[in-house]
Design a protein around this ligand. Structure first.
Ligand SMILES: NC(=O)c1ccc[n+]([C@@H]2O[C@H](COP(=O)([O-])OP(=O)(O)OC[C@H]3O[C@@H](n4cnc5c(N)ncnc54)[C@H](O)[C@@H]3O)[C@@H](O)[C@H]2O)c1
Ligand SMILES: O=C(O)C[C@H](O)C(=O)O
Ligand SMILES: [Mn+2]
Length: 596
């Protein structure tokens, strides 16, 4: 975001910035600062002589070299993460140029998995606050606080908001969750070219049930248990109303809400706003991309897939829904397709007997009792942490325990013989060797996607899955993993992280000014990503490399914008969609800065 002292001009002379700022006002604005790249004439006009060393660098190269050395000299990944945000606060253009050039090296540091660590340690490592902190203790101030960001009605394309109840797989992190909104936005820019000066990171602080934070004297958020119920809904509604009023063109992105809120919020707004939930829809779509390629490589029809999902929360059921829809598109009835998906959660296999206790979006998948009657039950306990985090699911688990135990994943896999196994449970190592070997004994090419972030929470590692299946598995993961060499083949591991999808999806919505995000737009995004992974040689990844995120995201944005136009959802006239996407992309290059 530029200070009020600057404006961007885009005309036949190209892009330039005009500013009333002088001296340190210029150098301390990360959107204006170019450091040693200010020309002699700019230094003269802006009063920078004497505030910069004498060298004038004509391009960014020396700065990039210096920044890369400083980055690599940082001892830990968390230090590197902090370095990157300090760099951003000094010179945003240089930050994005560095990140884009070293995407494979730096994306995991700026974003997942290291962003998870920065959120857990935010009390200690917080640097300059960024974004907008909205708090349920002052709902009447929402509009004023958003307005304090200083942007006008035409200045903002996108807001990313989280209430931080379900950050990645690490749970409730209160106000610290601002870093997920910031991290997601950095990926929007680096991957798709969303203008970083036209976005707002938002934290919706409704309190936290995280005892560690509540007892931490350095905690920066609202020190109170989570507010739920009507007050919560009113607060979220007030945020939407204020955001729409102040920034009527902007898309609203929802991130890392708890499973009891995520879908309700989305359903309330999805047909009348350009909005989507990344964990449900972005994840569902990127998993569809990987699944489209995996099913093609396995050579089995969509209508014959049997899908087991471990972890029936926001992401798991978002994925299940999109897979079900794909089977319907391929000819099954809604009911037939739903019957080919088995959800396993804390209470084990979700069954019809549990219906009253299930979350509404889980209910369609509950298995009929006659089908499960003969399945063995495994005794189980309910941990205090699971009971606190997923009370509905834990209550059902307790009820199952009283009946002798749960129908667990191993039993379900043995009975169902799935072709596809998905992990969104937040629990590491749940895909055990015996479960995976059992699955692989029934299908030629088992499709297994352990997706729980950050890295340490994955249900299995790609190396394990490849070993246990003798290289037959078609795998994609949530976090980045190195290549695995096995039996003379180098396996590239596709990262089924929504980061490969949501930036292009959002950019397509922004460029087309779509009035909503339709299922067809999500499918267009999924197909675009899938189409970018063209190598089908042994060991090839199911998804395009993150090194090519900029290309992938462009193709996604074009497909999404085209679909919006075809569906009559676009509110602008676009002659040439490819050209519209291309010209809207922001690139991290310096432009002239003029004094006014
Ligand atoms: N790869 C991606 O792009 C991507 C996207 C979104 C979420 N995720 C990951 O998926 C995971 C889940 O995210 P979410 O937003 O759906 O969270 P969520 O809290 O909505 O869902 C988690 C579910 O797992 C269940 N669960 C907990 N312990 C379990 C156990 N032992 N056995 C079976 N189920 C269990 C919970 O009851 C809950 O229903 C997280 O780790 C997250 O990082 C990955
Ligand atoms: O943030 C990520 O890495 C993906 C996803 O949104 C998640 O919550 O895990
Ligand atoms: Mn998420």
């Amino acid at each position: 975001m530029f200070s009020r002292l600057a404006e961007v001009v885009q005309d036949s002379g190209g892009r330039r910035i005009r500013t009333k700022a002088r001296g340190y006002e210029v150098l301390r604005d990360p959107a204006l600062n170019k450091g040693t790249a200010f020309t002699a004439a700019e230094r003269q006009a802006l009063g920078l002589h004497g505030l910069l060393p004498p060298v004038v660098t004509t391009d960014m190269e020396p700065q990039l070299e210096r920044a890369l050395m400083a980055y690599r000299a940082e001892p830990t990944d968390l230090d590197k993460h902090i370095y990157m945000w300090r760099l951003h606060d000094n010179n945003a253009t240089l930050f994005y140029a560095l990140l884009q050039r070293h995407m494979i090296e730096m994306l995991p540091v700026v974003y997942d998995p290291v962003v998870g660590e920065s959120i857990e340690k935010y009390s200690e490592v917080m640097t300059r606050p960024r974004g907008v902190f909205l708090s349920i203790d002052a709902p009447e101030e929402i509009e004023a606080r958003l307005a304090a960001f200083g942007a006008g009605p035409d200045d903002i394309d996108l807001l990313v908001a989280s209430d931080a109840e379900a950050i990645l797989g690490i749970g409730d992190w209160g106000s610290n969750g601002i870093d997920i909104s910031i991290g997601k936005l950095a990926v929007y820019t680096a991957a798709a070219g969303v203008d970083p000066h036209r976005v707002v990171p938002v934290i919706l602080d409704v309190g936290t049930d995280n005892e560690k934070l509540l007892n931490d004297p350095l905690y920066v958020g609202y020190r109170h248990g989570r507010v739920r119920g009507q007050a919560y809904d009113d607060f979220v509604d007030a945020y939407v109303a204020a955001a729409r009023k102040l920034f009527p063109k902007a898309m609203l992105h929802w991130e890392d809400f708890g499973s009891t809120n995520a879908r309700r919020i989305l359903n309330r707004h999805r047909t009348h706003l350009p909005t989507f939930n990344d964990d449900m829809q972005g994840t569902g779509a990127i998993v569809m991309s990987a699944a489209l390629n995996a099913v093609a490589r396995a050579g089995t029809p969509w209508t014959e897939q049997r899908v087991v999902v471990l972890g029936a929360g926001t992401a798991g059921v978002g994925i299940a829904d999109q897979i079900r829809d794909q089977m319907v598109r391929k000819g099954l009835s809604q009911d037939e397709a739903t019957r080919r998906v088995w959800l396993v959660d804390l209470p084990g296999l979700l069954t019809a007997e549990m219906t009253d206790g299930l979350l509404d979006f889980q209910r369609p998948y509950a298995r009929p009792m006659d089908e499960v009657a003969g399945l063995a039950r495994t005794p189980c306990e309910v941990s205090a942490s699971a009971a606190a985090r997923w009370p509905e699911m834990a209550a059902l688990r307790r009820a199952e325990a009283a009946k002798g135990g749960i129908i667990d994943l191993a039993t379900v896999v043995a009975a169902v013989k799935p072709t596809i196994l998905i992990g969104t449970s937040t629990q590491p190592q749940m895909f055990t060797e015996s479960i995976v070997r059992d699955m692989a004994s029934h299908v030629a090419r088992p499709i297994i996607f352990p997706l729980s972030n950050p890295t340490v929470l994955h249900e299995a590692t790609p190396a394990q899955l490849l070993e246990w299946t003798d290289g037959k598995v078609l795998v994609a993961t949530g976090a980045p993993f190195d290549d695995v060499v096995q039996g003379g083949v180098t396996y590239k591991i596709g990262q089924a992280n929504n980061a490969a999808l949501y930036p292009g999806l959002g950019f397509g919505v922004i460029v087309s000014r779509a009035s909503m995000v339709s299922d067809e737009m999500l499918l267009a995004a999924a197909e675009a990503v899938a189409g970018q992974a063209t190598d089908v040689s042994p060991g090839a990844s199911l998804l395009p490399s993150n090194a090519d995120l900029r290309v992938t995201s462009s193709v996604v944005a074009i497909n999404v914008a085209r679909t919006a136009v075809e569906q009559g959802l676009s509110s602008v006239d676009i002659d040439d969609i490819t050209e519209a996407v291309r010209t809207a992309q922001w690139w991290p290059v310096y432009c002239p800065v003029e004094a006014i």
